[in-house]
Ligand binder design. Structure first.
Ligand code: IMP
Ligand code: MG
Length: 331
């Protein structure tokens, strides 16, 4: 799978960080390119340590993997340096010189806008930063003195990587239902979050992608305002063991059961070739820690089979616990 795109199926927080960290270790990724911005947190667990990454690509666990931030991404400089220290990736992380910069003033604009507050944004300032980019007054990574040692031509690096058969993973952030174009507008983020947009942000043409891996969670969550079909109450979510708080902002996540119609539609629009289903153990606790498909309970297997039947794509990875290696790999 020389070039794979990872896309979130619903409203983000599907467990993309976990899937990417597994692939980084298992598939010996050569490149991992993060898109989007600091609003998205990707959670990675390794040997009891938890990382909630807002900037550094989730493949950092693999020391051989080159970590890159896409031209279309939006860099929060302070957070970038904090995470580079935390993950000790200095020397193998690069930022495309065309990536734009998100500043403190954007966060203030985000938090003080009644409109944006009403949408329930994360408050990081991503909407205002992207507005500035569209106005063509935003700073780019190449304008920031501290970033000079990290600047890279990410687009050329990864296209040459594909030419020479290297394993390239494009790390989508947030979920397809938060897409500015295809999501639940106006309750969406400031960018398109779909597979095609992930390629566009990274600078990879559509014919160069081998796999689009869509990540589903076994139930659905969303933070912020806007529609959530089949939403259950917080009390009910707690009773079912689905209640979560956001990795980035600490807010309560709203929740709903898995939605097969949405899963099918979003697999199609993203051109998904494969699927992952995370947190199977949250809806079927007896599946916790299982690493072989045959060892799943009947009800667990039936659920996965139903996802495959409804979406028409194979479920190749199944998450059964938080650690990077708590995975059933059917590839
Ligand atoms: P913004 O992206 O901060 O402008 O927020 C817009 C909407 O997207 C809000 O409902 C946020 O809660 C949601 N959102 C943004 N990033 C994420 C994410 O990484 N996971 C889940 N929801 C997100
Ligand atoms: Mg998240």
């Amino acid at each position: 799978m020389p070039c794979t795109v990872i896309v979130g199926a619903f409203w983000g927080d599907e467990g993309k960080g976990k899937i990417i960290s597994y692939l980084a270790l298992k598939d010996k990724l050569d490149f991992c390119v993060r898109t989007g911005s600091v609003n998205a947190a990707h959670t990675v667990w390794m040997e009891g340590n938890r990382y909630a990454l807002h900037m550094v690509p989730a493949a950092f666990l693999n020391n051989e993997c080159r970590l890159l931030i896409a031209a279309g991404a939006n860099v929060h400089v302070k957070r970038f340096f904090e995470e580079v220290d935390l993950t000790e990736v200095k020397g193998r992380i690069g930022i495309d010189e065309k990536a734009s910069i998100i500043e403190e003033k954007h966060s203030i604009q985000d938090k003080t806008s009644a409109h944006l507050k009403g949408l329930g944004t994360t408050g990081w300032g991503v909407g205002p930063a992207l507005e500035e980019r569209a106005r063509r007054t935003a700073k780019l990574a190449k304008d920031i003195p501290e970033l000079q040692p990290f600047l890279a031509d990410v687009t050329t690096e990864i296209n040459e990587g594909i030419d020479t058969g290297k394993q390239v993973l494009l790390e989508g952030t947030q979920g397809f239902m938060l897409s500015l174009f295809h999501g639940t507008y106006p309750y969406v983020t400031g960018r398109d979050t779909g597979a095609a947009a992930i390629c566009s942000e990274a600078g990879i043409g559509p014919t160069r992608v081998d796999n689009v891996l869509i990540v589903y969670k076994a139930f659905i969550t969303r933070v912020g305002a806007g529609p959530l079909p089949g939403e259950i109450s917080k009390e009910e979510a707690k009773r079912r063991g689905w209640f979560e708080t956001a990795a980035g902002t600490g807010r309560d996540r709203r929740s709903a059961p898995f939605n097969f119609d949405l899963a099918r539609k979003n697999a199609k629009i993203n051109g998904a070739t494969q699927a992952a289903v995370t947190k199977l153990d949250c809806i079927f606790p007896e599946c916790k820690g299982v690493r072989k498909f045959d060892a799943l309970s009947k009800i667990g297997k039936d659920f996965i089979n139903e996802v495959e039947k409804e979406t028409g794509i194979p479920v190749v990875l199944i998450g059964t616990g938080p650690e990077a290696l708590d995975i059933i790999d059917r590839r």
